[in-house]
Design a protein around this ligand. Structure first.
Ligand code: PLP
Length: 387
């Protein structure tokens, strides 16, 4: 294929060339084990320490509060596991109906084991009712796990306010910040979040490396038990090239944060406005104010999202319908269903997610091709749109 316009950065991102370069020596020449006593391992340990500092700096944490894991899913599972094991007398979990399966399915697992789980609803813009959250937290609530930003709609939850509420009620607060870190500012010095997860492959590091932030003093039990790595909080020889790559990616993300909120947001808004002007019978999904700067979730009435994706793909345009993990299933997304999106719209939903590598000419290209595709599909549709 000649042209690839990649607008699926909430699924995964291109590894930054600077990150690849930083990692390469640690696959070949510098392969030592950072736990070894000799200098050959020690030089790797030194580099690992630097990477930990850079990752901590991105979110305003202390280096000792960072635990490297294998992915966002492991970080999410570990956070919930740690709270349930640390407070075995508390058998209640609170989460939301719109979490990623890494939290949602793990909570369902514990529900099947006999724990009580409250799944908070969202309104039609994907927002939470914080009064309802307050009502639901009891002395039996071990953990509240609520994402920072939604992977499908980009809707941002007020996690700092939520953390205050949860803290005042004496429970542990975890947030899945996989879609937020590197896109919006996060400063752990100025909030009460106890545990926070994120993942390398959403911020231009490779797949297979994640982070769990654990605030100093928060009770913890490891999920992966083995050696003394990560200060006994996650067994297993450190994935040194990937950790070093993530360190570089974190440094870059910090430098690019303002661009994410200006240039990337400008391009997302241009795409959104261009679609609104060119295509009738559409609906922007989610709160347009409290939203990630790179994400646009949009429904086209009277057409199937999968058909749109297929025709976009023929033009070299990569987007997504629902989350990447659940696409392949014809069930409409659980996030849009929770928001009560109308039947005519829910099946024709597409997510475009941009990155620092997105170019304006690519947005112009999508705005040129998409109206033709939608028009073509609507002409074939039995529910042809009424002008
Ligand atoms: N949480 C959210 C919000 C996500 O978007 C994803 C991935 O799409 C994950 C968790 C899982 O992260 P990983 O793929 O690193 O396991």
């Amino acid at each position: 294929m000649d042209r690839v316009v990649y607008l699926d950065n909430n699924a995964t991102t291109q590894v930054a060339p600077e990150v690849v370069e930083e990692m390469l020596p640690y696959f070949s020449k510098l392969y030592g084990n950072p736990s070894s006593m000799y200098q050959f391992g020690g030089s790797v340990a030194k580099k690992l320490k630097e990477a930990r500092c850079k990752v901590a700096e991105l979110i305003g944490a202390e280096p000792e509060e960072i635990v490297f894991t294998s992915c966002g899913t492991e970080s999410d599972n570990t956070a919930i596991w740690a709270a349930l094991q640390s407070y075995p007398e508390k058998r209640h979990i609170i989460t939301t109906k719109v979490e990623h399966p890494a939290v949602l399915n793990y909570c369902k697992f514990w529900e099947n084991q006999g724990w009580q789980v409250t799944y908070l609803p969202v309104d039609e813009l994907g927002r939470l009712d914080l009064e309802l959250l307050k009502e639901k937290i009891t002395s039996a609530t071990a953990i509240v796990s609520i994402m920072t930003a939604n992977n499908e709609t980009g809707v941002i939850f007020p996690v700092e306010k939520i953390a205050e509420i949860v803290k005042s009620k004496g429970s542990i607060f975890h947030t899945d910040a996989v879609q937020a870190v590197g896109k919006i500012p996060i400063d752990m010095k100025h909030n009460h979040i106890d545990l926070l997860s994120f993942s390398g492959h959403k911020l231009h590091a490779p797949k297979g490396i994640g982070v769990l932030y654990i605030r100093k003093g928060v009770k913890f039990q490891p999920l992966i038990i083995g050696g003394h790595q990560e200060q006994n909080r996650r067994g297993g020889t450190e994935n040194t090239p990937y950790i070093i790559g993530l360190g570089k990616a974190a440094e870059l993300a910090k430098n690019y944060l303002s661009e994410e909120n200006t240039r990337v947001k400008f391009l997302r808004d241009k795409l959104e406005q261009g679609i609104i002007e060119r295509i009738p019978h559409i609906k922007i999904n989610g709160d347009r104010e409290a939203r990630l700067p790179n994400t646009l979730n949009i429904s086209f009435a009277y057409v199937e999202g999968e058909a749109i994706l297929l025709l976009l793909d023929r033009e070299g345009i990569c987007a997504s319908s629902g989350s990447a993990c659940t696409s392949g299933s014809l069930e409409p997304s659980h996030v849009l269903r929770s928001m009560g999106i109308n039947y005519n719209y829910i099946h024709g939903s597409i997510r475009f997610s941009l990155s620092r590598y997105t170019k304006e000419e690519e947005i112009d290209y999508v705005l040129d091709r998409l109206p033709v595709i939608i028009n073509h599909l609507r002409n074939l549709s039995p529910y042809k749109a009424q002008e």
